[in-house]
Unconditional design. Structure first.
Lengths: 217, 217
DNA sequence: TGAAGGGTGCTTACGCTGTAAGCTTATAGC
DNA sequence: GCTATAAGCTTACAGCGTAAGCACCCTTCA
């Protein structure tokens, strides 16, 4: 193959290949050799552009942060802004489920991570939140979004009949299945009427936004 | 060595050794060979008592769920009960930071996990929550606790001077450090006055509890 | 007393991982 | 056209989870 035919490797191309692979095969499917393979290259070649696997993961995380959309501080109602931010964040986490456990764990946050945190804080500050209150509101909302994404990722269940069946299956091996009456009640209900993740997310979000609004008097 | 001198292996002994190892060295330090080493045994011997590494992890997770303390449904004020539960859950997650990303991800939840979810639901139901409201309240609280634990785990920072220094360090490599004015403000504040995780957790928790109480009118 | 059988732990081996060291080839500047 | 530099490749190693099969001990029954 003529050398001109191959696009040169770059950190960006590597990260993009890696994120696609992770989206498709999960984090443990995203190995250096597979990423390289995807780019028609050997594993060790990646190390010219990436310090280590951990560095690569940091890059991926920052790419995900980059997908979170935020308005400008001071341009809108803070509740609307925070609502949009939470939704955008959830969307990004849904698109890249493997990232959920990684988002906050990086030793040195990338520029997109810094941007997100700074802007969110800014929105609250410009809306008149006292410093401590802004940090707290931000922390509570953030915790909620991550936690929700975590729950949602791990319930293999969507709200169809299969869900209830799966859960019932899980409970069966237990000595006395009726030892969990409330859980069984829940399963029956969901099997009958379904469970709408989006609606539940919104409901929880509104509840928290109201709590924040109220807590600053 | 005389055979009577060695305690026989068992699933329970293995899980206990593994949880200690994970607490000490983190999840990636907790390999089959190391666990075995801790017990004076070869790696493959573990497979007599544990189906796979994943099975072992499920066992660990259920052990952590087992540390979450809950009262009996119907015996107390639901807010007090949920507050205690959230604190107990956070304590368990702090003790076993490696577990945070694993707690909800198991394909078949163990008996302790089922107990926790059932009892929490029960507390709310017995306090008069409608079915959907109980599930929602539980989900929001759960999300908050996991999310908070996640944030807390990943900020290597405690609220001392080192924290601000670390964060400042992280921002430095960025083109224009003053591109993050709100973040810098936050760092300055925390460096001066500290950041109390427990207090922040409580504040967020109360905010959510109030939101839940209000949302059911 | 002895033989059979099952459970327990060990040995060996395989394919996978991240990555250190050093080599080779392509490119750019004079 | 020669040389310095960078980019990608090759080889190799230690460690991972675990499949297959062996060796031993402990129980049970004749």
């Amino acid at each position: 193959m003529p050398p001109s035919a191959r696009t040169p490797l770059s950190r960006d191309r590597i990260l993009r290949a890696a994120i696609d692979l992770a989206d498709r095969d999960g984090l443990e499917g995203c190995t250096m050799r597979r990423i390289a393979g995807e780019l028609g290259v050997e594993a060790m070649s990646l190390y010219r552009h990436v310090k280590s696997k951990d560095d690569l993961l940091s890059g991926l995380v920052d790419l995900v942060f980059g997908e979170i959309e935020l308005g400008e501080p001071g341009t809108r109602d803070w509740q609307a802004a925070m609502r949009d931010r939470a939704r955008s964040q959830l969307t990004a986490l849904r698109r890249h489920r493997w990232a959920i456990g990684l988002m906050e764990g990086r030793m040195r946050p990338g520029p997109e991570s810094l941007r997100v945190h700074d802007t969110t804080l800014g929105i609250l500050r410009e809306a008149g939140f006292a410093f401590r209150a802004a940090v707290r509101a931000n922390s509570v909302l953030d915790a909620y979004v991550y936690g929700f994404a975590l729950q949602e990722r791990d319930l293999p269940a969507r709200a169809d009949g299969a869900t209830a069946e799966v859960m019932r299956e899980q409970i069966r091996p237990v000595p006395r299945a009726d030892a969990y009456p409330y859980l069984l009640e829940a399963m029956g209900e969901f099997a009958a009427a379904g469970y709408d993740y989006d609606a539940e997310f919104s409901a929880g979000l509104e509840l928290i936004l109201a709590g924040i609004a109220r807590s600053r008097r």
